[in-house]
Write a protein that binds this ligand. Structure first.
Ligand code: ADP
Ligand code: MG
Length: 486
Protein backbone atom coordinates (compact mmCIF):
# COMPACT_ATOMS: atom_id res chain seq x y z
CA UNK A 1 0.00 0.00 0.00
CA UNK A 2 2.91 2.29 -0.71
CA UNK A 3 1.95 5.90 -1.43
CA UNK A 4 3.58 7.75 -4.29
CA UNK A 5 5.79 10.73 -3.51
CA UNK A 6 2.99 13.04 -4.72
CA UNK A 7 0.43 11.43 -2.40
CA UNK A 8 2.86 11.62 0.52
CA UNK A 9 3.47 15.32 -0.10
CA UNK A 10 -0.26 16.03 -0.03
CA UNK A 11 -0.61 14.51 3.39
CA UNK A 12 2.77 15.20 4.99
CA UNK A 13 5.13 18.13 5.16
CA UNK A 14 8.75 17.14 4.54
CA UNK A 15 11.31 18.71 6.92
CA UNK A 16 14.99 18.62 6.08
CA UNK A 17 18.12 20.04 7.70
CA UNK A 18 21.61 19.47 6.34
CA UNK A 19 24.91 19.15 8.16
CA UNK A 20 27.74 19.78 5.72
CA UNK A 21 31.42 19.20 6.42
CA UNK A 22 33.75 21.28 4.29
CA UNK A 23 37.42 20.35 4.33
CA UNK A 24 39.40 23.57 4.60
CA UNK A 25 42.21 24.00 2.08
CA UNK A 26 45.11 24.67 4.43
CA UNK A 27 48.71 23.51 3.98
CA UNK A 28 48.99 22.13 7.51
CA UNK A 29 46.55 20.56 9.96
CA UNK A 30 44.30 22.36 12.41
CA UNK A 31 46.38 21.62 15.56
CA UNK A 32 49.65 20.27 14.13
CA UNK A 33 52.40 21.18 11.69
CA UNK A 34 51.82 18.00 9.64
CA UNK A 35 51.04 18.52 5.96
CA UNK A 36 47.52 18.03 4.60
CA UNK A 37 48.80 17.10 1.14
CA UNK A 38 46.68 14.48 -0.57
CA UNK A 39 47.98 11.23 -2.06
CA UNK A 40 50.89 10.62 0.32
CA UNK A 41 51.86 7.14 1.53
CA UNK A 42 49.75 6.02 4.53
CA UNK A 43 50.82 7.68 7.79
CA UNK A 44 53.36 9.92 6.08
CA UNK A 45 51.59 13.12 7.10
CA UNK A 46 51.59 12.54 10.85
CA UNK A 47 53.22 14.09 13.89
CA UNK A 48 52.90 13.04 17.55
CA UNK A 49 49.88 15.37 17.80
CA UNK A 50 48.07 13.49 14.99
CA UNK A 51 48.87 10.22 16.76
CA UNK A 52 47.47 11.49 20.04
CA UNK A 53 50.62 10.53 21.96
CA UNK A 54 50.59 11.35 25.69
CA UNK A 55 51.88 14.77 26.59
CA UNK A 56 51.49 16.46 23.22
CA UNK A 57 49.65 19.75 22.96
CA UNK A 58 47.51 21.09 20.13
CA UNK A 59 48.44 24.47 18.64
CA UNK A 60 45.70 26.23 16.72
CA UNK A 61 46.42 27.06 13.05
CA UNK A 62 45.54 30.71 12.44
CA UNK A 63 44.77 30.14 8.74
CA UNK A 64 41.97 27.77 9.81
CA UNK A 65 40.43 30.51 11.95
CA UNK A 66 40.68 33.01 9.09
CA UNK A 67 38.95 30.58 6.76
CA UNK A 68 36.27 29.92 9.36
CA UNK A 69 35.59 33.65 9.72
CA UNK A 70 35.64 34.17 5.94
CA UNK A 71 33.16 31.36 5.33
CA UNK A 72 30.97 32.57 8.16
CA UNK A 73 30.84 36.02 6.58
CA UNK A 74 30.12 34.52 3.15
CA UNK A 75 27.16 32.71 4.76
CA UNK A 76 25.85 35.97 6.25
CA UNK A 77 26.66 34.76 9.77
CA UNK A 78 27.47 36.66 12.92
CA UNK A 79 31.02 36.09 14.12
CA UNK A 80 30.96 36.19 17.94
CA UNK A 81 33.94 37.88 19.55
CA UNK A 82 34.64 34.74 21.50
CA UNK A 83 34.55 31.08 20.59
CA UNK A 84 36.04 27.98 22.15
CA UNK A 85 36.97 24.38 21.50
CA UNK A 86 35.46 21.32 23.17
CA UNK A 87 36.23 17.64 23.40
CA UNK A 88 33.71 15.26 21.89
CA UNK A 89 34.44 11.80 23.27
CA UNK A 90 33.90 8.60 21.38
CA UNK A 91 35.90 5.48 20.73
CA UNK A 92 36.84 4.39 17.26
CA UNK A 93 39.99 2.99 15.68
CA UNK A 94 40.48 6.05 13.47
CA UNK A 95 40.57 8.37 16.49
CA UNK A 96 43.69 7.64 18.58
CA UNK A 97 43.02 10.32 21.23
CA UNK A 98 39.58 8.87 22.02
CA UNK A 99 38.06 12.32 21.48
CA UNK A 100 37.67 14.79 18.67
CA UNK A 101 38.41 18.47 19.20
CA UNK A 102 35.36 20.34 17.99
CA UNK A 103 33.27 23.35 18.98
CA UNK A 104 30.09 22.77 20.93
CA UNK A 105 28.25 25.68 22.48
CA UNK A 106 30.42 28.56 21.27
CA UNK A 107 31.10 28.03 17.56
CA UNK A 108 32.99 30.40 15.28
CA UNK A 109 29.89 31.48 13.29
CA UNK A 110 26.16 31.63 14.09
CA UNK A 111 22.83 32.80 12.67
CA UNK A 112 23.44 33.05 8.96
CA UNK A 113 21.47 32.29 5.83
CA UNK A 114 21.78 31.60 2.14
CA UNK A 115 19.26 32.18 -0.61
CA UNK A 116 18.19 29.58 -3.13
CA UNK A 117 15.65 30.24 -5.86
CA UNK A 118 14.07 33.12 -3.96
CA UNK A 119 13.89 31.23 -0.66
CA UNK A 120 16.01 31.84 2.42
CA UNK A 121 17.51 28.86 4.26
CA UNK A 122 18.81 29.63 7.74
CA UNK A 123 22.26 28.57 8.85
CA UNK A 124 22.21 27.70 12.55
CA UNK A 125 25.95 27.58 13.05
CA UNK A 126 29.30 26.76 11.55
CA UNK A 127 31.97 25.26 13.75
CA UNK A 128 35.59 24.21 13.38
CA UNK A 129 36.77 20.69 14.13
CA UNK A 130 39.40 18.14 13.25
CA UNK A 131 38.81 15.22 10.91
CA UNK A 132 39.47 11.64 12.00
CA UNK A 133 41.79 9.17 10.26
CA UNK A 134 40.76 6.59 7.72
CA UNK A 135 40.30 2.86 8.05
CA UNK A 136 41.38 0.86 5.03
CA UNK A 137 39.46 -2.36 5.23
CA UNK A 138 40.42 -5.88 4.21
CA UNK A 139 39.92 -6.35 0.51
CA UNK A 140 40.38 -2.67 -0.32
CA UNK A 141 43.07 -1.39 -2.69
CA UNK A 142 46.43 -2.59 -1.38
CA UNK A 143 44.84 -4.95 1.12
CA UNK A 144 43.47 -7.54 -1.29
CA UNK A 145 43.26 -10.98 0.24
CA UNK A 146 44.00 -9.75 3.76
CA UNK A 147 41.95 -10.58 6.83
CA UNK A 148 42.59 -7.32 8.66
CA UNK A 149 42.07 -3.58 8.29
CA UNK A 150 44.68 -0.86 8.56
CA UNK A 151 44.60 2.64 9.99
CA UNK A 152 45.84 5.62 7.96
CA UNK A 153 46.12 8.78 10.03
CA UNK A 154 47.07 11.16 7.21
CA UNK A 155 43.61 12.69 7.39
CA UNK A 156 43.56 12.89 11.21
CA UNK A 157 43.59 16.56 12.16
CA UNK A 158 42.62 17.92 8.74
CA UNK A 159 40.57 21.06 9.41
CA UNK A 160 36.83 20.85 8.83
CA UNK A 161 34.12 23.45 9.00
CA UNK A 162 30.74 21.90 9.82
CA UNK A 163 27.90 24.03 8.50
CA UNK A 164 24.53 23.22 10.07
CA UNK A 165 21.33 24.43 8.46
CA UNK A 166 18.04 25.22 10.15
CA UNK A 167 15.30 22.68 9.38
CA UNK A 168 14.06 25.06 6.66
CA UNK A 169 14.40 22.78 3.65
CA UNK A 170 11.16 21.29 2.34
CA UNK A 171 12.02 18.92 -0.52
CA UNK A 172 14.79 16.84 -2.04
CA UNK A 173 15.13 19.41 -4.85
CA UNK A 174 15.56 22.22 -2.34
CA UNK A 175 18.16 20.21 -0.45
CA UNK A 176 20.10 19.77 -3.65
CA UNK A 177 19.84 23.45 -4.56
CA UNK A 178 21.02 24.41 -1.07
CA UNK A 179 23.96 22.03 -1.28
CA UNK A 180 24.93 23.27 -4.75
CA UNK A 181 24.86 26.89 -3.62
CA UNK A 182 26.85 26.07 -0.49
CA UNK A 183 29.44 24.27 -2.57
CA UNK A 184 29.72 27.25 -4.88
CA UNK A 185 30.11 29.64 -1.95
CA UNK A 186 32.99 27.71 -0.36
CA UNK A 187 34.66 27.31 -3.74
CA UNK A 188 34.37 31.02 -4.60
CA UNK A 189 35.59 31.89 -1.10
CA UNK A 190 38.62 29.70 -1.83
CA UNK A 191 38.32 27.72 1.41
CA UNK A 192 37.33 24.29 0.06
CA UNK A 193 37.46 22.58 -3.31
CA UNK A 194 33.91 21.31 -2.84
CA UNK A 195 34.43 17.88 -4.33
CA UNK A 196 31.69 15.56 -3.05
CA UNK A 197 33.00 12.51 -4.89
CA UNK A 198 36.45 12.84 -3.31
CA UNK A 199 35.00 13.65 0.09
CA UNK A 200 36.37 17.17 0.48
CA UNK A 201 32.74 18.13 1.07
CA UNK A 202 30.42 15.72 2.91
CA UNK A 203 26.76 15.98 3.66
CA UNK A 204 24.46 14.40 6.25
CA UNK A 205 20.76 14.86 5.58
CA UNK A 206 18.26 14.94 8.45
CA UNK A 207 14.77 14.05 7.27
CA UNK A 208 11.41 13.88 9.04
CA UNK A 209 7.74 14.11 8.17
CA UNK A 210 4.79 15.74 9.90
CA UNK A 211 1.14 16.01 9.02
CA UNK A 212 0.30 19.32 7.40
CA UNK A 213 -0.74 21.72 10.14
CA UNK A 214 0.98 19.79 12.92
CA UNK A 215 3.16 22.01 15.11
CA UNK A 216 5.90 19.70 16.37
CA UNK A 217 8.46 18.15 14.12
CA UNK A 218 8.39 14.40 13.64
CA UNK A 219 11.30 12.17 14.63
CA UNK A 220 14.22 12.54 12.22
CA UNK A 221 16.58 10.08 10.68
CA UNK A 222 20.05 11.20 9.71
CA UNK A 223 21.45 9.88 6.42
CA UNK A 224 25.20 9.62 5.89
CA UNK A 225 27.41 8.42 3.07
CA UNK A 226 26.00 10.75 0.45
CA UNK A 227 28.68 11.55 -2.10
CA UNK A 228 27.01 13.24 -5.01
CA UNK A 229 24.20 15.71 -5.63
CA UNK A 230 22.22 12.98 -7.31
CA UNK A 231 22.70 10.68 -4.33
CA UNK A 232 21.52 13.46 -2.00
CA UNK A 233 18.28 13.82 -3.92
CA UNK A 234 17.67 10.08 -4.29
CA UNK A 235 18.49 9.31 -0.66
CA UNK A 236 16.05 11.94 0.61
CA UNK A 237 13.29 10.76 -1.73
CA UNK A 238 13.79 7.17 -0.62
CA UNK A 239 13.77 8.23 3.03
CA UNK A 240 10.54 10.21 2.61
CA UNK A 241 8.83 7.12 1.18
CA UNK A 242 10.25 4.83 3.85
CA UNK A 243 9.08 7.05 6.70
CA UNK A 244 5.64 7.58 5.16
CA UNK A 245 5.16 3.82 4.86
CA UNK A 246 6.07 3.31 8.51
CA UNK A 247 3.80 6.11 9.74
CA UNK A 248 0.92 4.85 7.59
CA UNK A 249 1.41 1.40 9.12
CA UNK A 250 1.13 2.94 12.57
CA UNK A 251 4.77 2.35 13.40
CA UNK A 252 7.18 4.71 15.09
CA UNK A 253 10.17 6.35 13.38
CA UNK A 254 13.34 5.65 15.33
CA UNK A 255 15.89 8.44 15.70
CA UNK A 256 18.90 6.84 14.08
CA UNK A 257 21.77 7.22 11.66
CA UNK A 258 21.22 5.54 8.31
CA UNK A 259 23.59 4.93 5.44
CA UNK A 260 22.75 5.57 1.81
CA UNK A 261 23.43 2.47 -0.27
CA UNK A 262 24.08 3.74 -3.78
CA UNK A 263 23.91 0.32 -5.48
CA UNK A 264 20.62 -0.71 -3.91
CA UNK A 265 19.18 2.80 -3.94
CA UNK A 266 18.03 2.54 -0.30
CA UNK A 267 18.99 3.84 3.15
CA UNK A 268 20.00 1.24 5.74
CA UNK A 269 20.10 1.51 9.51
CA UNK A 270 23.66 2.02 10.78
CA UNK A 271 23.30 2.82 14.46
CA UNK A 272 21.03 4.51 16.94
CA UNK A 273 21.66 8.26 16.96
CA UNK A 274 23.64 9.49 19.93
CA UNK A 275 22.34 12.47 21.83
CA UNK A 276 24.77 15.26 22.65
CA UNK A 277 25.09 14.10 26.27
CA UNK A 278 26.44 10.74 25.08
CA UNK A 279 29.55 12.52 23.84
CA UNK A 280 30.37 14.00 27.25
CA UNK A 281 31.37 17.33 25.69
CA UNK A 282 33.58 19.50 27.87
CA UNK A 283 35.83 22.51 27.16
CA UNK A 284 39.18 21.53 25.68
CA UNK A 285 41.64 22.26 28.52
CA UNK A 286 44.66 22.42 26.20
CA UNK A 287 43.34 25.36 24.15
CA UNK A 288 42.46 28.84 25.32
CA UNK A 289 39.12 30.27 24.32
CA UNK A 290 39.63 32.27 21.15
CA UNK A 291 39.09 36.04 21.22
CA UNK A 292 38.22 37.43 17.81
CA UNK A 293 38.31 41.22 17.70
CA UNK A 294 36.16 43.37 15.43
CA UNK A 295 39.36 44.51 13.71
CA UNK A 296 40.24 40.91 12.91
CA UNK A 297 36.77 40.28 11.49
CA UNK A 298 36.94 43.44 9.38
CA UNK A 299 40.39 42.48 8.14
CA UNK A 300 38.99 39.15 6.92
CA UNK A 301 35.88 40.80 5.47
CA UNK A 302 38.13 42.73 3.11
CA UNK A 303 39.26 39.42 1.61
CA UNK A 304 35.72 38.35 0.68
CA UNK A 305 35.57 37.83 -3.07
CA UNK A 306 32.49 38.44 -5.17
CA UNK A 307 30.14 35.60 -4.24
CA UNK A 308 27.85 33.58 -6.53
CA UNK A 309 24.68 35.53 -5.69
CA UNK A 310 26.41 38.87 -6.24
CA UNK A 311 27.82 37.64 -9.54
CA UNK A 312 24.40 36.48 -10.76
CA UNK A 313 22.89 39.84 -9.81
CA UNK A 314 25.65 41.79 -11.55
CA UNK A 315 25.44 39.72 -14.74
CA UNK A 316 21.72 40.35 -14.95
CA UNK A 317 21.54 43.95 -13.79
CA UNK A 318 24.68 45.38 -15.35
CA UNK A 319 25.34 43.13 -18.33
CA UNK A 320 21.77 42.27 -19.29
CA UNK A 321 22.14 38.49 -19.14
CA UNK A 322 19.04 36.38 -18.68
CA UNK A 323 18.58 34.74 -15.28
CA UNK A 324 19.19 31.37 -16.89
CA UNK A 325 22.47 32.39 -18.57
CA UNK A 326 23.71 34.10 -15.41
CA UNK A 327 22.90 31.01 -13.33
CA UNK A 328 24.63 28.61 -15.69
CA UNK A 329 27.78 30.72 -15.97
CA UNK A 330 28.08 31.21 -12.20
CA UNK A 331 27.53 27.49 -11.56
CA UNK A 332 31.04 26.90 -12.82
CA UNK A 333 33.64 29.03 -11.07
CA UNK A 334 36.06 28.47 -13.96
CA UNK A 335 33.48 29.65 -16.50
CA UNK A 336 32.60 32.72 -14.41
CA UNK A 337 36.29 33.62 -14.08
CA UNK A 338 36.71 33.27 -17.84
CA UNK A 339 33.60 35.33 -18.51
CA UNK A 340 34.76 38.11 -16.17
CA UNK A 341 37.95 38.43 -18.22
CA UNK A 342 35.92 38.56 -21.44
CA UNK A 343 33.88 41.39 -19.95
CA UNK A 344 37.05 43.23 -18.95
CA UNK A 345 38.43 42.96 -22.48
CA UNK A 346 35.19 44.47 -23.80
CA UNK A 347 33.35 43.00 -26.76
CA UNK A 348 29.80 42.27 -27.88
CA UNK A 349 28.78 40.61 -24.58
CA UNK A 350 25.57 39.06 -25.91
CA UNK A 351 27.50 37.38 -28.71
CA UNK A 352 30.24 36.20 -26.35
CA UNK A 353 27.63 34.72 -23.99
CA UNK A 354 25.99 32.87 -26.87
CA UNK A 355 29.30 31.29 -27.83
CA UNK A 356 30.08 30.33 -24.24
CA UNK A 357 26.60 28.91 -23.59
CA UNK A 358 26.40 27.21 -26.98
CA UNK A 359 29.37 25.71 -28.80
CA UNK A 360 31.85 26.07 -25.93
CA UNK A 361 29.61 24.45 -23.29
CA UNK A 362 28.68 21.64 -25.69
CA UNK A 363 32.37 20.96 -26.28
CA UNK A 364 33.16 21.00 -22.54
CA UNK A 365 30.32 18.58 -21.80
CA UNK A 366 31.30 16.23 -24.57
CA UNK A 367 34.92 16.13 -23.48
CA UNK A 368 34.26 16.40 -19.72
CA UNK A 369 36.52 19.42 -19.35
CA UNK A 370 36.42 22.75 -17.58
CA UNK A 371 37.09 25.79 -19.73
CA UNK A 372 40.54 26.21 -18.12
CA UNK A 373 41.51 22.79 -19.42
CA UNK A 374 41.06 23.87 -23.05
CA UNK A 375 43.30 26.06 -25.20
CA UNK A 376 40.64 28.74 -25.53
CA UNK A 377 41.57 32.03 -23.84
CA UNK A 378 39.41 35.08 -23.12
CA UNK A 379 41.61 36.98 -25.60
CA UNK A 380 41.12 34.50 -28.44
CA UNK A 381 37.37 34.30 -27.87
CA UNK A 382 37.05 38.08 -27.83
CA UNK A 383 39.11 38.31 -31.02
CA UNK A 384 36.80 35.86 -32.76
CA UNK A 385 33.63 37.54 -31.51
CA UNK A 386 34.96 40.87 -32.76
CA UNK A 387 35.60 39.39 -36.23
CA UNK A 388 32.00 38.15 -36.39
CA UNK A 389 30.65 41.38 -34.98
CA UNK A 390 32.47 43.39 -37.65
CA UNK A 391 31.23 41.06 -40.38
CA UNK A 392 34.71 39.84 -41.31
CA UNK A 393 33.67 36.23 -40.80
CA UNK A 394 30.28 34.56 -40.71
CA UNK A 395 28.77 32.74 -37.77
CA UNK A 396 29.21 29.45 -39.60
CA UNK A 397 32.92 30.04 -40.05
CA UNK A 398 33.00 30.94 -36.35
CA UNK A 399 31.76 27.45 -35.54
CA UNK A 400 34.84 25.99 -37.20
CA UNK A 401 37.23 28.46 -35.64
CA UNK A 402 35.96 27.99 -32.11
CA UNK A 403 36.80 24.28 -32.31
CA UNK A 404 40.35 25.06 -33.39
CA UNK A 405 40.67 27.61 -30.60
CA UNK A 406 39.41 25.09 -28.03
CA UNK A 407 41.65 22.29 -29.21
CA UNK A 408 44.78 23.96 -30.51
CA UNK A 409 44.53 27.57 -29.37
CA UNK A 410 46.04 30.42 -31.34
CA UNK A 411 44.70 33.60 -32.80
CA UNK A 412 41.32 33.73 -34.52
CA UNK A 413 42.50 36.42 -36.96
CA UNK A 414 45.49 34.30 -37.95
CA UNK A 415 43.36 31.22 -38.57
CA UNK A 416 41.01 33.29 -40.74
CA UNK A 417 43.91 34.67 -42.72
CA UNK A 418 45.77 31.37 -43.14
CA UNK A 419 42.71 29.47 -44.23
CA UNK A 420 41.15 32.26 -46.29
CA UNK A 421 37.96 32.22 -44.27
CA UNK A 422 37.04 35.88 -44.31
CA UNK A 423 33.72 36.94 -45.74
CA UNK A 424 33.76 38.19 -49.33
CA UNK A 425 31.93 41.47 -49.09
CA UNK A 426 33.35 42.89 -52.30
CA UNK A 427 30.18 43.29 -54.38
CA UNK A 428 31.84 43.07 -57.77
CA UNK A 429 33.52 39.76 -56.86
CA UNK A 430 30.20 38.28 -55.75
CA UNK A 431 28.44 39.70 -58.81
CA UNK A 432 30.83 37.81 -61.10
CA UNK A 433 30.00 34.57 -59.33
CA UNK A 434 26.24 35.27 -59.49
CA UNK A 435 26.52 35.87 -63.22
CA UNK A 436 28.46 32.64 -63.68
CA UNK A 437 25.86 30.63 -61.73
CA UNK A 438 23.01 32.08 -63.78
CA UNK A 439 24.81 31.40 -67.03
CA UNK A 440 25.45 27.75 -66.24
CA UNK A 441 21.88 27.07 -65.03
CA UNK A 442 19.87 28.42 -67.94
CA UNK A 443 17.03 25.89 -67.67
CA UNK A 444 16.40 26.84 -64.01
CA UNK A 445 16.44 30.50 -65.02
CA UNK A 446 13.70 29.83 -67.60
CA UNK A 447 11.61 27.96 -65.05
CA UNK A 448 12.09 30.81 -62.54
CA UNK A 449 11.01 33.38 -65.10
CA UNK A 450 7.94 31.34 -65.98
CA UNK A 451 6.78 31.71 -62.37
CA UNK A 452 8.59 29.03 -60.35
CA UNK A 453 9.94 31.68 -57.93
CA UNK A 454 10.77 29.15 -55.22
CA UNK A 455 13.87 28.42 -57.31
CA UNK A 456 15.34 31.63 -55.91
CA UNK A 457 16.88 29.71 -53.00
CA UNK A 458 18.55 27.34 -55.44
CA UNK A 459 20.57 30.19 -56.99
CA UNK A 460 21.54 31.60 -53.61
CA UNK A 461 22.67 28.12 -52.56
CA UNK A 462 24.80 27.72 -55.69
CA UNK A 463 26.54 31.04 -55.06
CA UNK A 464 27.23 30.13 -51.41
CA UNK A 465 28.65 26.83 -52.62
CA UNK A 466 30.96 28.54 -55.10
CA UNK A 467 32.24 30.86 -52.35
CA UNK A 468 32.52 28.08 -49.75
CA UNK A 469 30.09 29.89 -47.47
CA UNK A 470 32.18 33.02 -47.32
CA UNK A 471 29.92 35.41 -49.19
CA UNK A 472 27.84 37.83 -47.19
CA UNK A 473 24.34 36.28 -47.45
CA UNK A 474 22.55 39.65 -47.67
CA UNK A 475 24.70 40.75 -50.57
CA UNK A 476 24.12 37.42 -52.35
CA UNK A 477 20.36 37.72 -51.97
CA UNK A 478 20.36 41.24 -53.30
CA UNK A 479 22.57 40.46 -56.31
CA UNK A 480 20.75 37.25 -57.29
CA UNK A 481 17.48 39.16 -57.30
CA UNK A 482 18.93 41.94 -59.42
CA UNK A 483 20.41 39.55 -61.99
CA UNK A 484 17.34 37.32 -62.26
CA UNK A 485 14.91 40.19 -62.54
CA UNK A 486 16.67 42.09 -65.31
P1 ADP B 1 23.32 16.31 15.49
O1 ADP B 1 24.80 16.54 15.43
O2 ADP B 1 22.84 15.63 16.68
O3 ADP B 1 22.80 15.71 14.25
P2 ADP B 1 22.95 19.09 14.93
O4 ADP B 1 22.28 20.14 15.75
O5 ADP B 1 24.37 19.22 14.62
O6 ADP B 1 22.63 17.73 15.64
O7 ADP B 1 22.19 18.98 13.53
C1 ADP B 1 20.86 18.67 13.47
C2 ADP B 1 20.41 18.92 12.03
O8 ADP B 1 19.14 18.31 11.89
C3 ADP B 1 20.22 20.37 11.71
O9 ADP B 1 20.55 20.59 10.35
C4 ADP B 1 18.71 20.58 11.92
O10 ADP B 1 18.20 21.60 11.09
C5 ADP B 1 18.15 19.25 11.53
N1 ADP B 1 16.93 18.87 12.22
C6 ADP B 1 16.65 19.00 13.51
N2 ADP B 1 15.43 18.47 13.80
C7 ADP B 1 14.94 17.98 12.63
C8 ADP B 1 13.75 17.31 12.25
N3 ADP B 1 12.81 16.98 13.14
N4 ADP B 1 13.59 16.95 10.96
C9 ADP B 1 14.55 17.24 10.06
N5 ADP B 1 15.68 17.87 10.35
C10 ADP B 1 15.90 18.24 11.62
MG1 MG C 1 26.02 17.36 14.02
Amino acid sequence: MSMTLEEIKEKYEVIIGLEVHAQLKTKSKIFATASTEFGKAPNENVTPVCLGLPGVLPVLNKVVVNMGILTGLALNCEIPNRCKFDRKQYFYADLPKGYQISQYDEPIAIKGFIKIAGKTIGITRAHLEEDAGKLVHAGADGLAGSTYSKVDLNRAGTPLLEIVSEPDIRSAEEARAYMEELRNIVRYAGVCDGNLEEGSMRCDANVSLRLWGQKEFGTRAEIKNINSFRALQRAIEYEIERQADLIEDGEKIVQETRLWNEQKGITESMRGKEDAHDYRYFPEPDLMPLEISEEWIEEVRKQLPELPQQKRDRYQEQLGLSEYDATVIVESMEMAGFFDKVVELQTNIKMAVNWLMGDVTAYLKENKLTINETKLTPESLVEMVNLIDKGTISNNIGKKIILTLLEKGGSAAKIVEEQGMSVISDESAIKDIVKKVIKSNQSQVDLYKSGKTQLFGFFVGQVMKETKGRANPQTVNKLVKEELDN
